[in-house]
Design a protein around this ligand. Structure first.
Ligand SMILES: Cc1cc2nc3c(=O)[nH]c(=O)nc-3n(C[C@H](O)[C@H](O)[C@H](O)COP(=O)(O)OP(=O)(O)OC[C@H]3O[C@@H](n4cnc5c(N)ncnc54)[C@H](O)[C@@H]3O)c2cc1C
Length: 402
């Protein structure tokens, strides 16, 4: 049975992350948004206190209630989403390794996605391609096995990759047998400094500008056989089953990773929404129009009431999904519900916050316009809102819906 009261450890860690978000991240948000560069000094500071690091991530992954991670992420993104994403970006690579790798591979590669406080490293999870975003079964990046040298050779182009090209460890999902679509794919580690991997264009974005997003070009990238996550024997068995039945019934490696991380992405959106709501609430108590604080005009008060309600509803869905992910798994698309709801709420709440701040809200002197831009990505990456609706519709109906 789920119990959503946070224990003492969780309350302590929540306060610890909140303090860092309030004192370090929030004051730096505007500057790094304007610079549109990866905020190395801030990530470095996060590493120094142990907030950016594989031990922190593994501790939150091992929490049996599942709540510690979304609680921490909400606080981080409450501080600033671009910087929050810079701190959390490597976690997607770590999740890709943990979800598909052997215990030995997890121990070898996850720490290399983070480095240490003296020398921070980054990880990137490379799935999307110019012609395959939502439709991950159509990946064109190929992985071919060179048996004589026990090496895999990767070729292709990945698009919109967080930390792409600047990461030390790239986790790449590629087609081994394209005819099997998603069932013929596998995940690979491209170790630091591997020849043939390069950064393509860096994208200039609408929001989360402090997070680095770029193309990753793979040109005859040769990696040792041991870099196939899960190992060759497991892959061969999976491919054989898929060829026999047309479908192995196993999840695509990318989808399995994204499913597990959905409550976390919802928590990112929730942090932004809460920041905007709190800011708008305080502003509405101070700002006067027609002789009284604007919160005493019902139109504004009701907007704030709706914002508070929707934020709480999002948090409950996120915490339920995070709890289920550790306690029995999703049954009716609960992970997708949480990401879908929280990201749509974040877009609406941040827009309402701009409305409440009026002209000031539309200027870059106030943070709410940035939060609105930052919120929007959450309805797009790690499965668009439409794809979340598809997952939920399939789960509740048990039917094929295209
Ligand atoms: C800032 C940023 C960071 C990112 N980071 C990463 C990363 O680290 N790693 C990574 O692999 N990818 C990353 N992505 C890529 C992201 O996951 C994709 O952009 C996303 O999955 C959508 O794919 P797409 O852009 O190709 O859109 P498309 O799939 O072309 O979709 C376009 C529109 O069609 C709709 N649509 C598509 N199929 C259906 C359907 N069956 N039913 C209904 N509607 C449908 C979509 O919902 C959307 O509205 C990132 C993207 C951005 C912008």
């Amino acid at each position: 049975m789920a119990d959503f009261s946070l224990n003492d450890d969780q309350l302590q860690i929540q306060k610890w992350v909140h303090d860092f978000a309030e004192n370090v991240i929030r004051p730096a948000g505007h500057e790094w948004d304007e610079r549109e560069e990866f905020p190395y000094p801030i990530v470095q500071q996060a590493a120094e206190i142990g907030l950016y690091g594989w031990e922190f991530l593994m501790n939150t992954f091992s929490d049996p209630t599942g709540l510690t991670l979304p609680v921490c992420i909400e606080e981080l993104f409450w501080g600033d989403a671009g910087i929050g994403m810079a701190i959390m970006g490597s976690a997607l690579a770590a999740a890709g390794i943990s979800g598909n790798g052997t215990p030995e591979q997890v121990m070898e590669w996850v720490p290399q996605c983070y480095g240490d406080a003296k020398d921070i490293k980054l990880g990137a999870f490379c799935v999307s391609e110019p012609d395959a975003g939502s439709d991950v079964s159509s990946l064109r990046t190929r992985a071919v096995y060179d048996e004589a040298n026990d090496e895999w050779v990767l070729n292709g182009t990945k698009a919109w990759i967080t930390n792409g090209g600047i990461a030390d460890v790239h986790v790449v999902v590629a087609a081994v047998d394209p005819e099997l679509k998603g069932r013929g794919q596998a995940s690979f580690i491209v170790p630091p400094g591997t020849k043939g991997l390069s950064q393509g264009q860096k994208y200039l974005k609408h929001g989360i500008k402090a997070s680095h997003t770029a193309e990753v070009v793979l040109d005859d990238v040769r990696i040792p056989g041991s870099c196939l996550l899960g190992g060759k024997e497991k892959l061969d068995a999976k491919l054989a089953r898929a060829r026999e039945r047309g479908s192995s019934g196993e999840k695509q490696p990318a989808m399995a990773t994204f499913e597990a991380t959905r409550p976390s992405v919802g928590a990112q959106a929730l942090g932004i929404a809460r920041a905007a709501y709190e800011y708008a609430l305080e502003y509405a108590k101070e700002r006067k129009a027609f002789g009284k604080p604007i919160i005493q005009h019902q139109a504004i008060a009701f907007k704030l009431a709706n914002m508070a309600t929707e934020i709480d509803a999002s948090r409950l869905l996120i915490w339920r999904a995070a709890w289920l992910a550790r306690n029995g798994g999703f049954k009716n698309g609960e992970g997708s519900m949480s990401k879908y709801k929280a990201s749509e709420v974040a877009v609406r709440v941040t827009e309402d916050a701009i409305q409440i701040l009026g002209g000031y809200g539309y200027t870059r002197e106030y943070p709410v316009e940035r939060w609105h831009r930052d919120a929007k990505i959450h309805t797009i990456f790690e499965g668009t809102s439409e794809i979340q609706q598809l997952v939920i519709a399939r789960a509740i109906s048990g039917m094929r819906i295209e």
